[in-house]
Design a protein around this ligand. Structure first.
Ligand code: CAA
Length: 391
């Protein structure tokens, strides 16, 4: 039976996240955007009230929230500020491969670390010459006795400047393409350097850096899963985190839609509020539809995961549609504001800048279309993994 009714517990969760976004995120979001500083105080408060690490299973000290619960939270927080939410959610992405493929000892130690104290983790996949084409990565991991030695640079790393540990993808067989990539858990030490903090168009409150591993040694048991099976771990992780990105895009779109709706009722032109003009009404109507459909696609992709089913296709549908919709809705919100929409004193230009990254990170809109086309034309047979919570 298809039922989109939230349980009382989910409604309470949504209210709690909305309350946090209203009181702790919105009032500071435009200031953090302006300065491009990292909102550690907001992150710490979110950690204290239990809005970080909701993906961590109970046996490792977390609440073990479902994927749908995670999406409900992410939409609300992103309604407050998607830049702050990106930093808040980065532990989920970094934990993905660990939850899916890590040994019990690794999970106990490193997932436990996130819930015992305010700690951060980063997901290190992208490199300067390997973005959409993951298998083109150059970072290497070489086994030396009971250690691996890692060398290479990873870019666009969320929270890279502050992370206590990293999940790092590296070539263990340079000749084997995607079948030569492994995934490692790398604790931060002096050999890990932050080379660059990006000055970004949007989501300026999130910390985005280039990280270099210089002869970084880790114990051999910090390999996550099997050697040379890291590419699939990365893909399976992204299947699980893209619904969360779609939820964030829905939150941005909803915020822009609400601002534009309110403004259209106040702004008077030609003797009436502009909401009385059909040109504006149709824009508001399209925005409302896009927010609604983004949420439905997001929830659908998350519920499949909660049911233990594979969601590659639905995850890409949701991420692609919600990201593109957020870009369209925020652009239209600026249009509803007219010239004022272009001015930083008004809220919607930030949302338009923030929306852009939704079409870029965790797989561009073009990569989502590639996945959708492949899944549609040549459906892949991949076993559904155990429903480990990630994201
Ligand atoms: N689940 C399980 N296995 C999968 C899979 C999935 N969803 N997708 C692919 N695979 C498997 C395939 O079955 C295949 O297996 P075999 O080795 O047995 O043949 C293998 O993986 C290779 O698959 P493809 O041939 O499809 O691989 P490809 O090289 O053509 O790449 C791609 C596919 C979709 C383009 C992929 O590389 C991709 O998603 N690229 C985008 C990467 C991305 O999203 N980066 C974002 C980084 S994270 C970030 O942005 C966060 C931040 O902090 C800012």
């Amino acid at each position: 039976m298809v039922d989109f009714t939230l349980t009382d517990a989910q409604k309470a969760l949504r209210e709690m996240a909305h309350d946090f976004a209203t009181k702790e995120i919105r009032p500071v979001a435009w200031e953090y955007d302006k300065e491009g500083t990292w909102p550690e105080d907001v992150l710490r408060k979110a950690w204290e009230v239990g809005l970080m690490n909701t993906h961590v299973p109970e046996e490792y000290g977390g609440p073990g929230a479902s994927y749908l619960d995670g999406c409900i939270i992410q939409e609300e927080l992103s309604w407050g500020c998607s830049g702050i939410t990106t930093s808040l959610g980065a532990n989920g992405l970094a934990s993905g491969p660990l939850a899916l493929g890590g040994s019990e000892a690794l999970k106990k130690r490193y997932l436990g670390m996130l819930t015992e104290d305010f700690k951060l983790a980063s997901f290190c996949l992208t490199e300067p010459d390997a973005g959409s084409d993951v298998s083109g990565m150059r970072t290497t991991a070489v086994r030396k006795g009971d250690k691996y030695v890692i060398n290479g640079s990873k870019c666009f790393i969320t929270n890279g400047g502050y992370a206590d540990w990293f999940t790092v993808y590296a070539k263990t067989d340079k000749e084997a393409g995607h079948r030569g990539i492994s995934c490692f858990l790398v604790p931060r030490d002096d050999t890990v350097t932050v080379d660059k903090k990006e000055d970004k168009m949007g989501q300026r409150a999130s910390n985005t850096t280039t990280i270099t591993f210089n002869e970084t040694e880790i114990p051999a048991d910090h390999l996550i899963g099997e050697e040379n099976k890291g590419f699939k771990l990365a893909m399976m992780t992204l299947d699980r985190t893209r619904p969360g990105v779609a939820a964030m895009a829905t939150g941005i779109a909803r915020a822009a839609f609400e601002f534009a709706t309110d403004y259209s009722k106040e702004r008077v032109q030609f003797g009436v509020p502009i909401a009385m003009h059909q040109g504006i009404q149709f824009m508001i109507a399209d925005m409302a539809t896009k927010v609604h459909l983004s949420r439905l696609a997001t929830w659908n992709s998350a519920v499949l995961l909660d049911q233990g089913a594979r969601n590659t296709l639905e995850s890409s549908h949701a991420k692609r549609f919600a990201a593109d919709a957020a870009m369209e809705v925020t652009t239209d919100a600026v249009q509803v504001y007219g010239g004022y929409g272009f001015i930083k004193d008004y809220p919607v230009e930030k949302l338009m800048r923030d929306a852009k990254i939704m079409q870029l990170y965790e797989g561009t809109s073009q990569i989502q279309r590639l996945v959708i086309a492949r899944e549609t034309l040549l459906p892949r047979r991949v076993e559904a993994p155990a429903a480990a919570a990630v994201g």
